[in-house]
Design a protein around this ligand. Structure first.
Ligand SMILES: *Cc1c(COP(=O)(O)O)cnc(C)c1O
Length: 410
């Protein structure tokens, strides 16, 4: 038996349950992925026991020679992967990375122009219930009602009207390419700084399968656990002239000691992302998303904006006469994990929604390809139609588990 199993059967059972869930279910949460064993080993390593406030070579504690090595590897690899001038690999999460940037570049009361949460933006970009919505003056841009794509003319208009100090590009539920160069032009036009939050698409950017924000943004933030396929955490990339402000905003500004086991795991994931096979993986993520979106449309859903250029897409379920909430529950019963999601200009409440967000990073990491994701799309449409039929959903759950067994987790 494992040490955990012996010491703490209750937590052990929860971990085993989670492992079985990930193993036996088709997971289509666009913000999740499944990491390699090497990443997990680093994340579960003895580095969790080490305090290392400060930065490599400039720590407040002794005994940092080995964690320094791990952090320098992570920094070097991130700089190489993204062609960044400066990188900070210590943020505990994506939200914390963003906080450090605001703390470094803004004063309370300054203006931020960012994407409307209801159109795909993120809470940490100025939602009223987030601290950003209370500390800063927030203006929003959205997607055009006809194209359901970001409308750069609207962004420029909003920037001219609100005169923000910071413009944010980047989203959590947007399936189209973002014109980072266009955002920079708008920012320059009003004397604003540009932050790109590439949390969702960082892996695609690393593989050069998505426009690169690094040349255009003053600062780029990201998570490391979404398409980038690393451990949970965040990262900041910036130009050299913002490096000092960003580093000291993160520590001692808002964080204490870095989570060195996760910094080490980030280094491992970044090495994986530098390997040629990572590009093949990201290409599969894209092909799977496109294929699945097309199959969902054939099944009677409306795909928001008509398709996808990245790892995710949104489906409008109204043609099927079901809410996001009910579809999520039916699919859950069939062993398919998705999340309900607002669609642009959704008439339903955020707790109900008219849509689903579907992403392909996890199934692609397991090695599933287009035949498999088309099968899953057909199952989703059928499960939604027969959502009251518990026996059907139970039978489907077994088929889903059989598919998963052919594509084991790393
Ligand atoms: C996921 C996400 C974040 C937050 O990441 P956490 O690690 O959950 O804090 C920030 N910005 C965007 C655009 C995201 O999608």
């Amino acid at each position: 038996m494992s040490a955990l199993g012996e010491a703490d059967p209750e937590v052990y059972a929860a971990v085993q349950g989670e492992e079985a869930r990930q193993r036996d279910q088709v997971i289509l949460i666009a913000s999740e992925n499944t990491v390699s064993r090497a990443v997990r080993e680093a994340a579960g390593s003895v580095m969790t026991s080490k305090y290392a406030e400060g930065y490599p070579g400039r720590r407040y504690y002794g005994g940092c020679q080995f964690v320094d090595e791990a952090e320098r590897l992570a920094q070097d690899r991130a700089r190489r992967l993204f062609g960044a001038e400066h990188v900070n690999v210590q943020p505990h999460s994506g939200a914390t990375a963003n906080t450090a940037v605001y703390f470094a570049l803004l004063e309370p009361g300054d203006g931020i122009l960012s994407m409307d949460l209801n159109h795909g933006g993120h809470l940490s970009h100025g939602h009223p219930k987030n601290y950003t919505g209370r500390f800063y003056r927030i203006a929003r841009y959205g997607v055009h009602p006809d194209t359901e794509r970001i409308d750069m003319e609207e962004v420029a208009r909003a920037a001219a009207e609100h005169r923000p100090r910071l413009i944010i590009a980047g989203a959590s539920a947007y399936s189209r390419l973002i014109d980072f160069e266009g955002f920079r032009r708008v920012a320059d036009g009003v004397g604003a700084l540009l932050m790109v939050d590439m949390a969702h698409v960082a892996g695609l950017v690393a593989a050069r399968l998505h426009p690169d924000p690094v040349p255009w943004a003053h600062v780029v933030t990201t998570t490391t656990h979404k398409t980038l396929r690393g451990p949970r955490g965040g990262m900041i990339l910036c130009k050299e002239d913002h490096a000092r402000a960003i580093d000291s905003a993160l520590f001692p500004g808002i964080q204490g000691g870095p989570l060195m086991h996760l910094v080490a795991a980030k280094a491992v994931a970044l090495k994986e992302a530098l390997a040629p096979s990572f590009r093949d993986y990201q290409a599969r993520v894209l092909a799977n998303a496109r294929s699945m979106a097309a199959a969902m449309a054939e099944g009677g859903c409306r795909v928001v904006s008509g398709g996808t250029d990245n790892h995710l897409f949104l489906v409008d379920l109204r043609p099927l006469g079901v809410t996001g909430k009910d579809a999520e529950a039916a699919l859950g019963a069939a062993g398919i994990t998705v999340n309900k999601n607002l669609i642009p200009n959704d008439p339903a409440k955020p707790t109900v929604t008219s849509g689903l967000r579907i992403g392909t990073p996890t199934v692609s990491s397991r090695g599933m390809g287009e035949p498999e994701v088309r099968q899953v799309a057909a199952w989703i449409c059928e499960a939604i139609r027969r959502r009251e039929d518990a026996a059907f959903l139970e039978g489907l759950r077994r088929e889903v588990a059989a598919l998963c067994a052919r594509f084991p987790l790393p």
